[in-house]
Design a protein around this ligand. Structure first.
Ligand code: PMP
Length: 284
């Protein structure tokens, strides 16, 4: 694979980052993951806007312009021959060659790394046809989940807890209410109404969430943004999650309770189709 590191395109084995980099020492870094379908980038604009917001919230410098970012994404997709897959982007605060809790001086250049992942079958996913089984776990992450940082240890542990329980993913619960999935936003559908938690510092502002809620409104589906419990979701007709890398993923079981008849629901299935069709049309 060819990867991008701080201005250079390199074979992955030649790519290097300092051991003093604050991304490595302190998780002082933000990221984005952009899907590639048909060799094109899905919602690049949404990712670029959120990246800028994450950087601003952490007083981190922009490593390059949006136009340069787009060019790097496109070049990596092209040289690596990605038809279906992902582009991973990470920006860190860099380093001044030492370890210190105090941020390095403002002229310290940020580090930027991009690489691709080849994922044939991303759109026509067997997992989406089966639907996901979910466990619930307590949300013990930090209080600024709206910033897309690389602090992914607890979400990663949650995913492992789910696997150990014979499930696919975990939904996180705080003060009795579902926040989101380990790497996706969470929804249920009852009597034709789609329910999801409102935006705040408690959840990531998913760009797929934004697109899917717009498409749901366009399809005359009712949406309620409010807090909800696991018990309420267990009593739903269907449920699903959204993310840039899995699009709309039907949920068929929550903490051992099957939803509906235990297969992907009609609204989740329809939203997945609409999302894939519309976002592929708009891909660049
Ligand atoms: N919540 C969390 C915690 C996530 O990690 C992600 C995926 N990065 C999402 C939600 C979904 O966001 P998006 O649709 O922008 O991928």
């Amino acid at each position: 694979r060819t990867v991008y590191v701080n201005g250079e395109y390199l074979p992955e084995e030649d790519a290097k980052i300092s051991i003093f980099d604050r991304g490595f020492l302190m998780a002082d870094a933000v990221y984005e993951v952009t899907s590639v379908l048909d060799g094109k980038l899905i919602d690049f604009e949404g990712h670029a806007v959120r990246l800028k917001r994450s950087l601003d919230e952490l007083d981190m410098a922009e490593p390059c312009s949006k136009e340069e970012l787009l060019e790097i994404h496109r070049k990596l997709v092209e040289v690596n021959g990605i038809v279906e897959g992902l582009v991973y982007l990470q920006v860190t605060r860099g380093s001044d060659g030492d370890r210190d809790f105090v941020f390095p001086s403002e002229d310290t250049p940020p580090s930027i790394v991009l690489f691709t992942q080849n994922k044939p079958g991303l759109a026509d996913s067997p997992a989406a046809k089966k639907g996901a089984k979910i466990i619930s776990i307590e949300d013990i992450r930090w209080g600024r989940r709206d910033i897309k940082t690389v602090q992914l240890l607890y979400p990663s542990m949650g995913k492992m807890m789910a696997k150990k329980a014979g499930c696919d993913d975990a939904w996180l619960v705080e003060d009795g209410h579902v926040t989101e999935g380990t790497s996706n936003n969470a929804y249920f559908v009852k009597d034709g109404v789609i329910v999801t938690r409102p935006l705040s510092n408690d959840i990531l502002h998913g760009i797929t969430r934004k697109a899917v809620l717009r498409m749901a409104a366009e399809a005359q589906l009712k949406v309620e943004e409010r807090l909800f419990t696991i018990e309420e979701a267990q009593g739903a007709d269907e449920a699903f999650t959204t993310s840039a890398s899995a699009f709309v993923m039907p949920v068929v079981e929550i903490d051992g309770v099957a939803l509906g008849n235990g297969t992907p629901g009609p609204i989740a299935t329809r939203l997945r189709e609409i999302y894939l069709e519309e976002s592929l049309k708009a891909a660049i």
